[in-house]
Design a protein around this ligand. Sequence first.
Ligand code: SF4
Length: 260
Amino acid sequence: MDQGLVFNIQRYSVHDGGGIRTLIFLKGCPLRCPWCSNPESRKKVEPAKWKKNGKTETIGEWRSIDELLDEVLKDEIFYRTSGGGVTLSGGEVLMQAEFAGEFLQELKVLGIHTAIETTGCFPVERLKKITPYVDQVLFDLKIIDRSEAKRVIGLAPETVRENFDYLLTQEQVQVIPRIPLIPDYTTNERNIQQLIDFIAERQIKEVHLLPFHQYGSSKYDYLGWEYAMQGVSTLTQAEVAVLKEKFETAGISANVDGLE
Ligand code: SF4
């Protein structure tokens, strides 16, 4: 796979992995999280269109591995001095697993730290193509209840579980669960307890919590899509602190970090 469909590149990020990083966002995601802040990344691996300020724009550009390497190597000095590297995000990285694996392999040859973000929503074979070249996986855990996960985001929790547990057998990979804190959807008492149980059963001691925000809301207008989270308030600091405390009481260190 010579080319990947990329819809954004963000340099100098201090989220989504350690140190200073370049984030590369790959197009395509089969899920439908109502709170998604990158709706332009969803659906197929093909360019999307939206209308912004009266102008039609194409989202997504096919980029070769060499082009992307040129781009990320501009900041190699920052990766080395800060303990950073390159993170593949999305969308869902596993939609372009073959391309991602080849690109990550090149980065590893160059000695660059690699991370991916995933929801683990595909059969584990896709993840296996990437894993040998990944240092860190930021693994989104959202809704644990099977029927709720299917109804709300179109995700099969048993597939998530299989991917997650496979990663835990890979000693060279650091796995960090990331939990979007979405009012009602993920923050209800039952789901939070199920998430804590899931993580504690696996003896994982650290999670990242990503509080809900409204930064992606205008994108739904550009796409002409309905936005289910219109007008929903963000969590207060006190509400986030209560949720953080629940994880920490269970012996899980919870960093409030990043953006969902
Ligand atoms: S998994 Fe991520 S990219 Fe896909 S719909 Fe959910 S929030 Fe959006």
